[in-house]
Write a protein that binds this ligand. Structure first.
Ligand SMILES: Cc1cc2nc3c(=O)[nH]c(=O)nc-3n(C[C@H](O)[C@H](O)[C@H](O)COP(=O)(O)OP(=O)(O)OC[C@H]3O[C@@H](n4cnc5c(N)ncnc54)[C@H](O)[C@@H]3O)c2cc1C
Length: 398
């Protein structure tokens, strides 16, 4: 295994590092202040300014290998850096979830018409998108449970159902929803589902409410949606009826690398803040950094971050060589490990900061809640642990 970056990836990394220092970190205060006195679901203008600057610097759409020309290992290092400022940096580079996954799906499975209408404006950062699978009425960690119906009537599909926790939906710029539902409840278990494009302004589609994450409302939101006799042309179906599950699987591999590396970026920022605070803050006559117990927290954090990063890079390396199928167990493992490590490091960093740690004077509290949520979205820990266990047990059970 060789994680040495190519000259091109090294250039992007240096470019991004400079962009983070000169533009992104300084914009964080502006971003939060703007949101505190404006509609919290509108995009603070500073992000549009950052998008223009990032694009000018060639830091745009790098997540998509066919466009950015980067392997998963190469892009992973960039994703880590953007994770240090998770509210702003990924979007500045047009590399934010769930748009990245949606763009991948349209790139891989979209018709020419779908690409022209939806993929191009997404690639240009003009609109945003959402992926709607989870439902309030069924345990959605088992995606075969979903009940939203997609029924063909002549040249249209009619959609009925409820969704919730749909990231991105509170932002008016979110113009297109990829909706997962059932086209044939009698088909084999993994062929019942399809994915279909629903434009935001379609009659019968309603954004019911935005759900806070531990009391915080994100700019783009996580919403409950209602679909009541929503009609779209048959041309809005992605791939074929029954392909919904396979499409979901196809989008998962690289997306998990992005999430894991951003979590590691959050952990790195937390560790940096922890060390700065420990070096500056004096308690009982000496800096916190001289207390063995604080040193232990710092060392544990460093060791855990290194382990998580190595496993994630190994996973990216496997995907580059063998595709997502060849890295199934590792993809499941990093989905558990990276958020767990980020959560633990953030917890320690908060502790070392004392009261300041739970305030909003540092990014720690917001990151902490996000790291906690990461252990649930894209499938809860238990589901991924089950995948790892099944693989491990395979030789022993026949
Ligand atoms: C911030 C946030 C953003 C999200 N964004 C999106 C989005 O954009 N689009 C979307 O479709 N969804 C999204 N989700 C939803 C998310 O993917 C689901 O919440 C998740 O998959 C779990 O489904 P559920 O909530 O129905 O939990 P359930 O399926 O009801 O599971 C509840 C709990 O049961 C346990 N459990 C489940 N299965 C097993 C098992 N096999 N073994 C042991 N224990 C188990 C786990 O502890 C799990 O947390 C988001 C969620 C959050 C919190």
């Amino acid at each position: 295994m060789d994680f040495e970056l190519s000259p091109k990836a090294r250039d992007h990394l240096a470019n991004l590092q400079e962009f983070m220092d000169s533009h992104v970190y300084p914009a964080e205060k502006t971003y939060h202040e703007w949101r505190s006195v404006n509609d919290p679901h509108k995009l603070p203008p500073v992000v549009e300014e950052l998008k223009v600057e990032a694009r000018k610097r060639g830091l745009w759409n790098l997540f998509l290998p066919d466009l950015g020309g980067l392997s998963n290992v190469e892009y992973a290092t960039l994703a880590e850096l953007t994770g240090r400022s998770p509210d702003i940096a990924p979007e500045a580079l047009n590399c934010q979830a769930p748009d990245t996954g949606n763009m991948e799906v349209l790139h891989m499975f979209g018709t020419e018409e779908q690409k022209r209408t939806w993929l191009q404006p997404l690639l240009d950062g003009e609109i945003r998108s959402a992926f709607a699978m989870t439902e309030p009425d069924v345990a959605s960690s088992d995606a075969t449970n979903i009940t939203t119906s997609i029924v063909r009537e002549g040249d249209e599909y009619v959609i009925n159902g409820r969704k919730w926790w749909i990231t991105g939906a509170a932002d008016e710029r979110c113009k297109i929803f990829i909706v997962m539902g059932k086209t044939d409840p009698d088909a084999p278990k993994h062929r019942q589902q399809s994915q279909i494009l629903v434009p935001r302004d379609t009659p019968g589609f309603t954004v019911v409410r935005d759900l806070p994450v531990f009391g915080r409302h994100d700019q783009h939101g996580h919403c409950e949606l209602r679909f009541e006799d929503v009609r779209v042309p048959v041309g809005n179906l992605i791939a074929e009826e029954g392909d919904g599950f396979a499409i979901s699987q196809a989008r998962l591999g690289p997306g998990r690398i992005h999430h894991a590396m951003r979590a590691i970026g959050m952990a790195e920022r937390a560790l940096e803040l922890m060390c700065r605070r420990a070096a500056e803050r004096v308690a009982f006559g000496r800096p916190l950094a001289s207390q063995g117990v604080v040193q232990q927290q710092i060392a544990e954090s460093r060791m855990a971050i290194e382990q998580a990063r190595l496993l994630t890079l190994k996973t990216a390396w496997l995907i580059d060589r063998h595709g997502a199928k060849g890295a199934r167990t590792e993809i499941a493992a990093i989905k558990v490990i990276a958020p767990r490590v980020a959560f633990e490091v953030l917890d320690r960093a908060i502790q070392v900061h004392g009261g300041a740690g739970v305030s909003d004077d540092t990014p720690l509290a917001a990151m902490y809640t996000w790291a906690r949520a990461m252990r649930i979205f894209d499938g809860p820990d238990e589901v991924h642990v089950r995948t790892v266990a099944r693989q491990e047990l395979r030789p022993y059970l026949s």
